[in-house]
Ligand binder design. Structure first.
Ligand code: NAP
Length: 437
């Protein structure tokens, strides 16, 4: 026996994937059963780092996903279209699919998994979240016997790199972004990363596994890092915090431990206490912290991108499918391997942001008057927001800078208090508001 793979895409991850499969010595013996029989690219004239026999590489990807000789399609072209069409056609033709494409899964997971379950094929996507770090497979398998209460991730390497450099060098966002673009750590169009959309795609996928229901991507609250300033990072440091772009999925379960009826799902810059396990995850690294009952806290940490790292996750999915096909026939048994297939078809409800609770950090620019701190305390207190700390950080010619950190409060109440604060005569502006973990 052997398994024929059709590879769509021979860029960074496609090349890494081919390299692992074509150099199987000292790796899992199942790798020897994999043959890459077709490879689809856009530009046939491009020089490639891996060589294939004549006729293997083609720009006719439609012919690969319908090729009766192929068992597994590995989609590594990225983007929503035409990737979605190729994945759906592959499924219709009875092929298993492995993908690294978080964009297509987070938007079209519903139709993809419904079709895959109906057809009796697997769609695996370990590489789509946190690159090389195994986190989806553990959530489905070893962690699946736990009740998951919270998943918190640093799952976008570009923003983590930018925030780390802002912290280390005391420079502002625009300067570091330009440098990151020059070095190739940030895309020419950085929106997906810096505005939090990439992290939103990934936390939607993590949440669907952690809480056993599909997620409507539009329900994920999403705030990026453009507004984070060097001043906030410096003030946060003084107060014992570091600022990270966190993606959070959490739910409060009923007493019997059943899945929560609704979950909180959000991506935003967050002040993390320096002793928090995610606070020291720096640079392009990713980490995912899972709070599971009865296991406790487990953290997955490592390279969230890169040729070899991401390819490692892709090939591990191919091997998992082959191992299952060797062990039992999906069609004979009817259900397939329940640890690999998508086991839910309903949607999970996501709480509106104003109903979620958090601590807040606010930097407030005020007139330099003795009564100011008292007035600020009252404005918050009148709206049910209690303050954990109030610190006058700086006085300059524009006024005094005061930083407050609140206790846990509902988002809606905090926003109302903020409006009342802005109406105070003493308050000139509130240049930044961030959430605190
Ligand atoms: N790079 C990472 O570290 C990383 C990490 C995690 C996940 N991912 C995900 O992995 C996937 C691939 O990323 P990548 O970085 O490898 O991308 P990439 O380097 O840009 O490679 C994309 C490949 O797909 C081919 N391609 C793109 N559109 C095509 C089309 N319409 N028709 C035919 N071929 C097409 C390209 O062909 P040509 O070579 O001819 O241009 C290229 O070989 C994406 O979904 C990405 O989000 C990447």
């Amino acid at each position: 026996v052997g398994y024929n793979v059709g590879l769509l895409g021979l860029g960074t991850v496609g090349t890494g994937t081919a390299k692992i499969i074509m150099d199987s010595v000292g790796r899992h013996p199942l790798l020897e059963e994999i043959s890459i029989v077709r490879v689809g690219v856009r530009n046939l004239d491009k020089a490639r780092a891996v060589e294939f026999e004549t006729g293997v590489v083609t720009d006719d990807l439609a012919s690969i996903v319908t090729d009766p000789n192929i068992d597994i399609i590995v989609e590594l072209i990225g983007g929503v279209k035409p990737a979605l069409n190729y994945i759906m056609t592959a499924i219709e033709h009875g092929k298993h699919v492995v993908t690294a494409n978080k964009a297509v899964i987070s938007r079209h997971g519903d139709e993809i998994f419904t079709a895959a379950n109906a057809k009796g094929v697997y769609v695996l996507l370990e590489a789509a979240v946190a690159g090389g770090i195994p986190v989806l497979t553990p959530l489905k398998q070893a962690l699946g016997v736990n009740r998951i209460n919270r998943v918190t991730g640093i799952i976008n390497g570009t923003t983590n790199y930018i925030l780390t450099r802002m912290k280390n060098e005391g420079v502002d966002f625009d300067e570091v972004l330009a440098e990151a673009q020059r070095l190739g750590y940030a895309e020419a169009d950085p929106t997906a990363d810096v505005d939090g959309f990439d992290a939103a795609d990934k936390i939607a996928i993590l949440a669907s596994l952690a809480f056993g229901g599909r997620i409507n991507l539009d329900d994920v609250y999403c705030e990026g890092i453009r507004k984070v300033t060097a001043a906030d990072i410096a003030y946060a440091e003084k107060l014992g915090f570091t600022i990270k772009l966190l993606a959070i999925a959490q739910g409060h379960r009923p007493e019997n431990g059943a899945m929560p009826s609704e979950i909180e799902l959000k991506v935003h810059p967050t002040l993390l206490p320096k002793h928090h396990p995610l606070a020291t995850v720096d640079g392009v690294n990713n980490a995912v912290l899972v709070e599971a009952d009865p296991l406790g806290e487990v953290m997955f940490y490592g390279p969230g991108a890169g040729e070899g790292a991401t390819a490692s996750a892709v090939v591990s999915d191919i091997v998992a499918i082959i191992a299952t096909l060797e062990g039992c026939s999906l069609n004979d048994k009817g259900r397939g391997n329940p640890l690999l297939r998508c086991s839910h078809e309903h949607y999970t409800r996501v709480a509106p942001m104003e109903n979620t609770a958090s601590r807040f950090y606010a930097r407030i620019l005020t007139q330099d008057r003795p009564s100011v701190i008292g007035h600020i305390g009252l404005a918050f207190g009148d709206h049910g927001v209690s303050l954990e700390s109030v610190v006058q950080i700086d006085v300059h010619d524009r006024g005094a800078e005061i930083v407050v950190i609140t206790h846990h409060v509902r988002e809606g109440e905090f926003q109302t208090a903020l409006k009342a604060l802005l109406a105070l005569e003493d308050v000139i502006s509130v240049p930044s508001v961030l959430r605190v973990c």
